[in-house]
Design a protein around this ligand. Structure first.
Ligand SMILES: [Zn+2]
Length: 67
């Protein structure tokens, strides 16, 4: 039968869509799936959806350091 484990992809949870995806990029310690990444690139900066993406990314890029 073979091993089922060997066929599994290394999936990670995307910070934008909260879905488990195998393909994507890493930004700092977070993961963004390729679908969201492409979607972001296509989205116009005046589109409300763009702001949603930025808000999600802010959580990643803002270091949790309070002075
Ligand atoms: Zn995603």
């Amino acid at each position: 039968m073979g091993t089922a484990v060997s066929r599994q992809y290394l999936e990670e949870v995307c910070v934008v869509c909260d879905e488990r995806r195998a393909k994507g990029i890493h930004l700092y310690t977070s993961f963004i799936c390729s679908e969201c990444e492409e979607d972001m690139v296509r989205t116009d900066t005046r589109d409300p959806k763009y702001k949603y993406y930025i808000d999600r990314l802010k959580k990643i890029t803002t270091p949790e350091i309070y002075s």
